[in-house]
Design a protein around this ligand. Structure first.
Ligand SMILES: *[C@@H]1O[C@H](CO)[C@@H](O)[C@H](O)[C@H]1NC(C)=O
Length: 215
């Protein structure tokens, strides 16, 4: 009997203070309910969206295509006394798609050749596409014709072509599309940068190359 009364007592104590609160909150009740529903819906959308992105990455594991230099030759080079450079460089570039499931397509490919900050030649490549795990070798024939070099650059070129070789900078811009299955595509700019060292002509072969590709 005392136990029952105690229960009753605690129950009445528990519910009693709530009644006035509920009464006061009554007019704003639908608004709060609506806000709560919106909040729950928003979180559901955020969590589902995050899960979808995670699944997308786990399924496709997307990677950027890469640019590497396979070989390069300095066929001919002539620097006249006025500092005007004539040079003929052949570069074999390797565009590779390291993805297992993603196909890529290059709709615009332009490669510029620099010597100590001066652009000496430029070359465009016809659009091409690569399936997953494919790579394509592209021949870049870079011709520098009467390019005015600053005095220090001209001296450096003379020194390089008579000694250990010249260091050239290759900068490529690629309009790239990644195909994730049939319906999802992403188009973006990709930038490739390579530093190559070529020996003195006429047997100017590739001595070293280092490339970096980034978005
Ligand atoms: C191009 O590069 C890829 C990735 O580095 C390599 O697997 C492939 O063998 C290269 N292609 C050629 C023709 O060397």
């Amino acid at each position: 009997m005392p136990r029952e009364s105690q229960e009753q007592h605690s129950q009445s104590r528990g519910t009693h203070p709530r009644h006035p609160k509920l009464g006061r909150g009554q007019p704003t009740h639908p608004a709060w309910w609506f806000a709560g529903a919106c909040c729950a819906l928003m979180w559901t959308i955020i969590i589902l969206g995050g899960l979808l992105v995670l699944i997308f990455y786990l399924v496709f594991r997307p990677k950027s295509p890469r640019l590497d230099i396979q070989s390069a030759t300095l066929n001919a080079a002539y620097l006249d006394t006025g500092g005007l450079l004539n040079a003929d460089v052949t570069i074999l570039a390797n565009f590779s798609n390291p993805n297992r499931k993603v196909n890529v397509a290059f709709s615009y490919v332009q490669v510029d050749l620099f010597f100590l900050g001066t652009m000496v030649a430029s070359q465009a490549v016809e659009p091409f596409a690569e399936r997953h795990r494919q790579s394509a070798l592209k021949n870049l024939h870079m011709v520098a014709s009467e390019v005015a070099l600053p005095r220090e650059a001209a001296e450096e070129w003379r020194r390089g072509t008579s000694e250990e070789g010249v260091a050239l900078e290759l900068a490529g811009r690629f309009r790239t599309r990644s195909d994730f299955g049939k319906w999802i595509h992403f188009t973006y700019w990709l930038y490739g940068r390579c530093t190559i060292v070529i020996g003195a002509p006429p047997s100017g072969v590739l001595i070293s190359s280092r490339c970096r590709t980034k978005r």
